[in-house]
Design a protein around this ligand. Structure first.
Ligand SMILES: [Fe+2]
Ligand SMILES: [Fe+2]
Length: 398
């Protein structure tokens, strides 16, 4: 089976990528799309968190059925992933065979013609070409230099380059990020961007490089731990928490890190969550839904190496709230309830309130929570009672 490998950062996945895949499928039987986890050429520039780009790509290519598969291999390669490492990781343990469901594969690396002049500068080009053939896209009206470059690389590496023609879709991801022209994107990608409010979080400029780097790493580390919706929810929460931290005088770095880790323990087995919650808090938690707060604080400390108490507290108390909440506690608590992908209630009013008055946003959130608990006959945790008392909500909540 002829299999095309198509790597990229896909930030976002756009119509140009679609036309590359469609074009390549005239030459190969299947395409494996490989979103980068970290990008060697874009180090220092902020790319969206890897799970956003991965799931956006999954949605974008769903229309191809089993002809196109998205690989998460780069989530499991430590450090910056160079093309060669990615190809080797796919070949290890017959991973690629399992992905495309074939015992016998011939690999092609799909790329644009722009890589030809600089191919020599890639990491170990000889070894790459010992494992894959190059499959290069030719756009309409491509100049003579294209043939020259193909011949140059073929002669230099004693290889045969395959060429495929594509429609002249003139789009680039960087151009989209500047212009935000949604027409350049597949429908599924537009929906994904809208649901998770991507490309609109200008406030992330307030985050330090170190915190941003940690956040992007944690998003990669959480990928095997949390299912799709929960992982996207935690990234959304982290980013929204930064917005409120900036607005209300909190620490954007702490909000970001507490946000990304706030639900890290939520998909651990129940008995493990309970044990960890008891260990962290010293009290017996009866309500299952609350376990992952204190359990998450313990996990953030042990597994993610978080030492900052303010971050750990925001994770610990995001399920119950508490008396004397810090701003980090508050912005994480609030963002968890109203991040863009949350749809369980009409959140218009709370979102509007949160944008102008942090306390009011919290009051509305807690009120809704208390109402729900009453309906379900659930006893409130003492921490939640402490928080309500402090906000002097008793009269409003009767
Ligand atoms: Fe939670
Ligand atoms: Fe959450």
């Amino acid at each position: 089976m002829r299999v095309g490998l198509f790597g990229g950062s896909f930030d976002p996945f756009h119509n140009g990528h679609l036309s590359m895949i469609e074009g390549a499928l005239k030459t190969v039987d299947k395409v494996v799309v490989i979103p980068s986890a970290r990008n060697p050429f874009k180090r220092g520039k902020i790319l969206n968190a890897a799970p956003y780009r991965y799931y956006m790509t999954v949605d974008a290519v769903s229309k191809f059925g089993d002809k196109v598969v998205v690989s998460d291999v780069e989530f499991y390669i430590p450090g910056i992933s160079y093309t060669l490492n990615t190809i080797k990781a796919l070949l290890k343990g017959n991973r690629i065979n399992d992905l495309v469901d074939s015992d016998n594969v011939e690999l092609f690396w799909i790329c644009g013609s722009d890589i030809l002049p600089t191919f020599d500068k890639w990491y170990e080009p000889d070894e790459i070409l010992s494992l894959v053939n190059l499959l290069v896209a030719r756009r309409p009206g491509q100049d003579d230099d294209f043939e020259v470059q193909v011949k140059r690389v073929e002669d230099l590496y004693d290889t045969k380059i395959s060429v495929f023609d594509i429609d002249g879709v003139d789009v680039s991801s960087s151009c989209f990020r500047k212009e935000k022209n949604m027409e350049q994107l597949p429908e599924e990608v537009r929906t994904f961007i809208k649901t998770n409010a991507l490309y609109s979080a200008d406030w992330l400029e307030n985050v330090s490089d170190k915190a941003m780097e940690d956040f992007l790493e944690y998003a990669i580390e959480l990928y095997p731990i949390l299912k799709r919706e929960r992982l996207l929810h935690t990234i959304n929460t982290a980013i929204l928490a930064v917005k409120y931290a900036v607005m209300y005088g909190g620490d954007p770095d702490k909000a970001l890190i507490a946000g990304i880790l706030h639900d890290c323990a939520k998909e651990l087995p129940d008995d493990q969550q309970r044990k960890m919650a008891i260990k962290d808090s010293g009290e017996s938690y009866d309500i299952k839904k609350l376990w992952h707060g204190p359990a998450g604080a313990l996990m953030a400390k042990k597994q993610f190496g978080i030492k900052d108490d303010e971050i750990l507290d925001a994770i610990r108390f995001h399920t119950t709230a508490r008396k004397d909440m810090t701003i980090t506690d508050k912005v994480v608590y609030l963002s968890d309830k109203i991040e863009p992908a949350r749809t369980y209630d009409d959140l218009t009013e709370v979102r509007k309130a949160a944008d102008s008055d942090l306390e009011l946003g919290l009051i509305l959130c807690v009120s809704a929570f208390v109402e729900k608990s009453k309906r379900k006959g659930m006893e409130l945790h003492p921490n939640t009672k402490g928080f309500i008392k402090e906000l002097r909500l008793s009269d409003r909540l009767k």
